[in-house]
Ligand binder design. Structure first.
Ligand SMILES: [Zn+2]
Length: 485
């Protein structure tokens, strides 16, 4: 915490002067609001993903990770968060092996992506790293003119000899001559609480995440390597090579609580699906929302060819109800996914929403520039006290958005929320003909536990219902029932 109290404006002015810029007028006009640009800084495929969990789930299985860099544009300056695999991997195009069984590709250089935004490394005011592993420092030396925000513990650990596994000191050697800012804990980069580096040790001794407060998207946290994959987040899996397992779990707990308290969104930096779901330059987080808003109708951003933000999941608001009901009623009308043929009126929808809020169960929506693309919730499995640790969920995706992974993201989000509520088992009741939904649930760890024959009747035929269940990650909840006075 020591340096967080440093007087920011003075420090920033010094930094800008050191860069030969006046605080009033860098040549590149500053964005008026906070923007997050996601840059493609490479991809890596692994013959064996075993290292990504010390409990064996990935042993012998191949897989892929993304290695993005993030450009945060704040009215007071630009910050590069992580520096990727390194532009030298851009050639040859088919990539090369960074280590036995690890093949990396960098389809487009970081420098070219900055250029596309009329930026150069020299114009980036600050650089900071989630940690100093090679896949986060590849291009770091390009930023010798930036102020390097360095975590003291991370630096000390990375400087030990021989270098720890995953650390290539030559990729970040420019820190020796660059202007540096040493931090020891949480750190407010621009002094207004909108760009915060948060300590999250465990993967490495000084590992940290980046918390952003965006005007429209709300709180967004860039995970660093707190998690490498969405499934690691879901099941709290700890990589083999983390320096401290207990610290990792404590960091996960802290960051998840912040996500919950701020109703925020966590971006798992290395997860290819999280990377894919984010807008790419020239778009940035909130471009699509803003375009849609200013044009005054929901489809505007799509019409303008802006990317769909399929990963944006948050709590539903009351004003979302018309869109939610439209999705739900289309499902009732045209499918056997819901065992009713009575559509929900606006009035009944309001009552349903109120009951959800009163019960404390989450109602989540996925949205992109076109509006709400899906929703999901869970509630009691059966309304008897001793079923209190079990919940049954339902998820529905808008007709034109199916097959994009939105349903899966929603179910995964609900699993996280249920685990956070100390629920033990999650249950899905799915029409036996809905193979896609059954497969989706199985891919998230659900197993088939029951098949009821001809328990429903819709569209003139009998319907079979399949039950699947998933045990959620262990919680520290006592299983004994306590009598309350
Ligand atoms: Zn990494």
């Amino acid at each position: 915490m020591k340096n967080a109290s440093t007087h920011l404006s003075a420090r920033l002015a010094t930094a800008l002067l050191a860069l030969g810029l006046s605080a009033a007028g860098p040549c590149n006009a500053r964005a008026p609001e906070l923007r997050l640009y996601v840059l493609d800084c490479g991809h890596a495929t692994f013959k064996d993903m075993g290292g990504f969990s010390d409990t064996g789930e990935y042993d012998g299985k191949p897989g892929e990770i993304a290695a993005p860099c993030f450009l945060v544009r704040h009215p007071k300056g630009d910050l590069l968060w992580d520096a990727g695999l390194g532009d030298h991997y851009n050639y040859p195009k088919e990539g090369s092996d960074a280590a036995p069984g690890v093949h990396v590709t960098v389809p487009v250089t970081l420098i070219a992506q900055l250029q596309s935004l009329n930026l150069t490394p020299k114009s980036i005011n600050f650089i900071a790293f989630s940690h100093l592993h090679w896949d986060h420092t590849g291009n770091a030396n390009e930023f010798a003119d930036s102020v390097w925000i360095m975590n003291k513990l991370e630096l000390a650990a990375a400087l030990t000899l021989p270098p720890p596994g995953g650390v290539l000191p030559e990729t970040w050697s420019a820190y020796k001559t660059a202007k540096t800012e040493t931090i020891e804990g949480d750190y407010d980069v621009f002094g207004d609480g909108r760009v915060m580096i948060l300590r999250a040790p465990g993967h490495t001794p000084g590992h940290q995440v980046l918390k952003l407060k965006l005007q429209k998207s709300g709180t967004v946290i860039l995970s660093g390597d707190l998690y490498h994959l969405r499934t690691n987040r879901l099941f709290k899996r700890v990589p083999v090579y983390n320096t401290d397992r207990a610290d990792t779990l404590a960091s996960m707990s802290r960051i998840e609580t912040i996500i919950k308290n701020t109703r925020g969104r966590l971006i798992v930096q290395h997860d290819p699906r999280d990377f894919q779901a984010l807008p790419k330059p020239p778009a940035y987080l909130e471009t699509a929302d803003r375009a849609a808003r200013s044009a005054g109708f929901p489809g505007a951003a799509q019409a303008a060819g802006l990317p769909r933000l399929i990963g944006m999941i948050n709590y539903a608001a009351r004003h979302d109800l018309p869109e939610i009901l439209a999705i739900y009623n289309e499902v009732i009308r045209n499918s056997t996914a819901v065992y009713t043929d009575v559509e929900l009126t606006a009035e009944r929808g309001e009552a349903w929403y109120d009951a959800k809020i009163a019960s404390g169960f989450p109602l989540m929506v996925a949205r992109d520039a076109s509006g709400i693309t899906g929703f999901g919730s869970f509630g009691e499995f059966r309304a008897w006290p001793c079923y209190r640790h079990s919940v049954e969920h339902s998820v529905h995706v808008r007709a034109d958005c199916r097959g994009l992974g939105i349903g899966r993201s929603l179910v995964a989000e609900l699993m996280n929320r249920a685990a956070a509520m100390q629920k033990h088992v999650m249950i899905a009741g799915i029409d036996a003909d809905n193979a896609a939904s059954i497969k989706l649930h199985q891919s998230l760890g659900f197993i088939n536990v029951g098949h009821f024959h001809e328990v429903g009747f819709k569209f003139g035929r009998w319907l079979d219902l399949v039950f699947l269940q998933c045990r959620l990650p262990a919680t520290n909840q006592s299983t004994t029932v306590k009598q309350t006075p």
